[in-house]
Design a binder for this molecule. Structure first.
Ligand SMILES: [Zn+2]
Ligand SMILES: [Zn+2]
Length: 646
């Protein structure tokens, strides 16, 4: 008999060789029907893998991330079989699950796959899936595995096998199809009810541009047709809200090949938007006791050798900048922290003067691979809404709560309400992995967990996920399309104070090490604005809109009155402009709608006579003719109701 420990801590005994599926059945038939993947002692196994020793077992359904991974990876086998049948001679390489679906990289004998071929591939794959074929793992010797793929002339699989140890090689069979595979499948193909091929792209073998270019076929699959339909609708909506598309339409930012890939250029409206966001955060930070600092975009190489960043980013990032002086080298800064440590080091502090909170909108540079660049979310130069808090270990708990308050205020004012958080702590079984005393780690972890509890955060604790230098808390927000984004990390750091020899004088008159906290509620201005664009579809909260109102004179006769209206709006800090082109009001309204301007103010004969403006809201709501004063009050009230004070 073997002892199986389940996630709720209960221990059950089974005959040696019992499978995860049988364990599920022993609990309930309903559970067994939903189980599509399992993990035994931390390793992904098949649902039909015989369990031969004591251990902990986790069962996964479609609703778990791990279940989806098995589902999508299994579908990649089915799609590969379809490709083999439709494109004889195709060479298969790898087919992993990804965040949303899966891909398979193939070397096509001749020709290409294009969008018009997708329905045929989907049809074929679905036909195979309906055959309800079991996924069966089988071991093979290295010689057998090599022989199989050598006989097919598949140099890719041969290369993969050559890098594997004999005795560890497995195949997965289903129907007439065989693939080299480590495992992690759903029980059978019949569970796959809907398959969609989403796109094709070029991909180099092993990501190396010196290698052959392969065709990457992206797809997704679901256990219900309805879920696919919903997913495709979501995808359509996401396309409309793509920040790259909206950024162009709303004239917020651009990129220039001449300036360089991944280096965003902020247009006037985008720069003004950033400025408003920065001012908003600066104001809240000031109230929370932060002080602004400014540091340069470069620093001596030695600075980053001291901080350890050179070791981490050096080889793969922008290379040192030389000067006419021999041996002198500077780096574009990949992080602001080393500069802030040196600011702390300019004078001695006593414990009474702590915490020190230094904030900076600091621009940093990291060399992302060109294939990884994506709009504003993956760039090579970006501005962090960075701050570093230096405090005593006893102050950590309060500081953490303050940062959580600030983060919740900031994100809440921007229309994000759906948060979860992850607290990353040590792996207690591997103490050698972490720097800093056990006492300090315990203090910090408890401080974070208590702060999260006290602030009512919905959080999970992940053990073993902490960085070697300290535990952290990450905020996740759900956007309007239900997608999760990671924002606002709060990271404790015992490492940099050590490396920079930071000290403060304690009440005992001795020198002690301060604790450092890194935090950035937005993460970076670039990524945050991208997220905000996709979350709101460009309809930002009123206080943030580049233009809050547009005045539309019915004819040129009313231009002077329009100008008077504009002046009084500007006197009340409302951002407005006049569209006095010689166009119809209908056309002007359509364009203002496209530009997402919240209020359209129509002025004509009647309005001028009555000293009113006719208000139309973005989206079409007609608020009728009101006085400029009434409109100003309306705007101010709306702003005050969303922008709560901190
Ligand atoms: Zn597989
Ligand atoms: Zn930092």
């Amino acid at each position: 008999m073997i002892k199986i420990t389940l996630p709720d801590g209960s221990i059950r005994e089974y005959a040696k060789g019992t499978t995860p599926l049988e364990v599920a059945k022993s609990i309930s038939e309903g559970l067994a029907r939903n189980i599509i993947s399992a993990k035994f002692n931390g390793v992904t196994v098949e649902t039909i893998t015989p369990l031969k020793e004591d251990g902990s077992l986790i069962l996964y359904s479609w609703n778990d991330k791990e279940g989806k991974t098995a589902f999508w990876h299994s579908t990649s086998h089915v799609v590969a079989q379809a490709l083999e049948e439709l494109y004889p001679g195709v060479k298969l390489t790898i087919g992993p699950a990804i965040d949303n679906g899966f891909y398979y990289d193939v070397d096509l004998p001749d020709g290409t796959i294009s969008e018009k071929d997708f329905p045929e591939i989907e049809k074929k794959a679905l036909e195979i899936a309906r055959g309800k074929h079991d996924f069966k793992m089988r071991s093979a010797t290295k010689a057998e595995a090599l022989e199989l793929y050598q006989s097919q002339g598949n140099q890719y699989k041969v290369e993969l096998i050559e890098n594997l140890e004999d005795g560890t090689i497995t195949f997965c069979d289903h129907d007439t199809f065989t693939d080299l595979c480590r495992g992690g499948h759903i029980p059978n193909t019949g569970i796959i009810k809907a398959i969609k091929i989403l796109s094709v792209a070029g991909a180099y073998w092993r990501g190396n541009e010196k290698n052959n270019q392969l065709t990457r076929v992206y797809g997704i699959s679901f256990p219900k047709q309805k879920e696919l339909t919903e997913y495709l609708e979501l995808l359509e909506e996401a396309k409309k809200r793509d920040h790259r598309k909206l950024g162009k339409e709303l004239e917020l930012f651009t990129f220039s090949q001449k300036v360089g890939q991944g280096l965003p250029l902020w247009l006037p409206k985008g720069a003004a938007l950033r400025e408003r966001l920065e001012n908003f955060l600066k104001k809240a930070q000031k109230k929370a006791g932060y002080e602004m600092v400014v540091t340069p975009h470069i620093g001596q190489k030695e600075l980053y050798v001291t901080s350890g960043h050179y070791e981490k980013y050096g080889a793969d990032s922008f290379q040192p900048i030389k000067t006419p002086k021999e041996d002198e080298e500077f780096l574009l800064k990949p992080m602001n922290c080393p500069h802030h440590c040196e600011i702390y080091n300019t004078k001695p502090f006593s414990y009474r003067e702590l915490p020190k909170r230094y904030a900076e909108f600091g621009t940093v540079y990291r060399y992302e691979q060109s294939g990884e660049l994506h709009g504003l979310t993956r760039v090579r130069g970006f501005t962090q809404d960075d701050a570093h808090i230096f405090c005593t270990p006893d102050q950590l708990a309060d500081e953490f709560k303050n940062v959580i308050d600030l983060t919740l205020y900031v994100l809440g004012s921007l229309g994000f309400g759906n948060f979860t958080a992850q607290v990353s702590v040590r792996d207690l079984e591997k103490p050698e992995k972490y720097i800093g005393s056990v006492e300090n780690w315990e203090k910090a972890e408890n401080a974070i967990i208590n702060a999260a509890k006290e602030k009512g955060l919905n959080f999970v604790i992940e053990s073993g996920e902490a960085a070697f230098y300290g535990p952290k808390l990450d905020f996740m927000v759900k956007d309007a399309l239900g997608r999760n984004w990671q924002l606002g990390t709060i990271q404790v750091d015992y490492n940099l104070p050590e490396r920079f020899d930071l000290t403060y004088k304690g009440s005992d008159n001795e020198l002690h090490r301060p604790v450092m906290i890194h935090r950035a509620p937005f993460g970076s201005m670039e990524r945050f604005i991208a997220l905000l664009l996709e979350h709101t579809g460009g309809n930002f909260p009123l206080w943030l809109m580049p233009e809050q109102a547009i005045i539309l004179p019915v004819s040129e006769k009313h231009e002077i009155y329009a100008q008077n209206v504009l002046n009084s709006l500007e006197n009340n800090d409302i951002r407005a402009l006049i569209d006095n082109r010689n166009e119809t009001v209908g056309k002007k309204i359509r364009e203002a709608e496209m530009n997402k301007i919240p209020f359209m103010l129509i002025v004509g004969e009647n309005e001028e006579k009555e000293e009113t403006i006719s208000i139309r809201r973005h989206g079409g709501e007609d608020l009728g003719a009101i006085s400029v004063k009434a409109f100003t009050d309306l705007v101010v009230n709306e702003i005050n109701s969303t922008l709560k004070s901190f």
